[in-house]
Ligand binder design. Structure first.
Ligand code: 13P
Length: 250
């Protein structure tokens, strides 16, 4: 497969600065001979601490969200300009926790995607169905809609900086993983959507990560699938002991 594996750790709302610094240092050391592409996404208050630790290493610095506006009267929001100033290289957008707990819809997420790309960031666009949507046989349709709407107005040039993360909501933080076969099927359908929108060459290039209870024990089987190009890891990203074996899966 020509695509490079991309393993990202989403630290969500965990860790103090001291804890974040310690983990980042462990990862830099443990992954310096790692063969894949890596990213860590600490919370906003930790970015300034982690930035100098990962700078110049093979680990990219990511943020977990950004405001939909560039700047202005938006109490409690964090702007792309502020993230750029901290050395952030990529932004996770459309995470299911943002979609479902904070009511972010496809249109809002799309605006954020366009803003982040405009400011030179890479984007990890998350998609994924709820359990009831899967039970109704709508998993593919939901992911197709979220992908299509999320990418509206993104040029082929912009797409080269977009990674899609398929995270079935029922698998996040639950210990339930999609089977490699089920995940691969959705990844394949997402790749078909990209092909419809941008053509075969772009579809063959785009990285599609799987997320949802990825652990050292299941990473290798997931990554072995044709359409699974990496992982977006939550819980297991909080410790080097569990993240490093995923990042260095054989
Ligand atoms: P878990 O790995 O904890 O299931 O979280 C996945 C996730 O939401 C990563 O963004």
């Amino acid at each position: 497969m020509a695509r490079n594996y991309y393993i990202a750790g989403n630290w969500k709302m965990h860790k103090t600065r001291a804890e974040a610094a310690a983990l980042a240092k462990e990862l830099v050391e443990a992954l310096k001979d790692g063969k894949h592409k890596y990213l860590v996404a600490p919370g906003f208050t930790l970015l300034e601490t982690v930035a100098p630790i990962v700078k110049g290493t093979n680990i990219l610095l990511g943020a977990q969200n950004c405001a939909v506006e560039e700047q202005g009267a938006h109490t409690g929001e964090v702007s792309v300009l502020q993230l750029k100033d901290l050395g952030v290289q990529a932004i996770i957008l459309g995470h299911s926790e943002r979609r479902h707990n904070y009511r972010e819809d496809d249109a809002l997420i799309n605006k954020k995607v366009l803003l982040a790309l405009k400011h030179g960031f890479d984007v990890i666009l998350c998609v994924g169905e709820l359990l009831e949507e899967r039970e109704q046989g709508r998993a593919e349709a939901v992911c197709e809609r979220q992908t299509t709407e999320g990418l509206k107005g993104v040029t082929a040039g912009g797409l080269s900086r977009v990674t899609i993360a398929y995270e079935p909501v029922w698998a996040i933080g639950t210990g339930k993983t999609a089977t490699p076969e089920d995940a691969d099927a959705i990844h394949g359908s997402i790749r078909n959507v990209v092909e419809k929108l941008y053509g075969g060459a772009e579809a063959a290039k785009i990285i599609i990560q799987y997320g949802g209870s990825v652990k050292p024990e299941n990473a290798t089987q997931l990554m072995a699938k044709e359409n699974i190009d990496g992982a977006l890891v939550g819980g297991a990203a909080l410790k080097a002991d569990t993240f490093v074996p995923i990042a260095k899966f054989a």
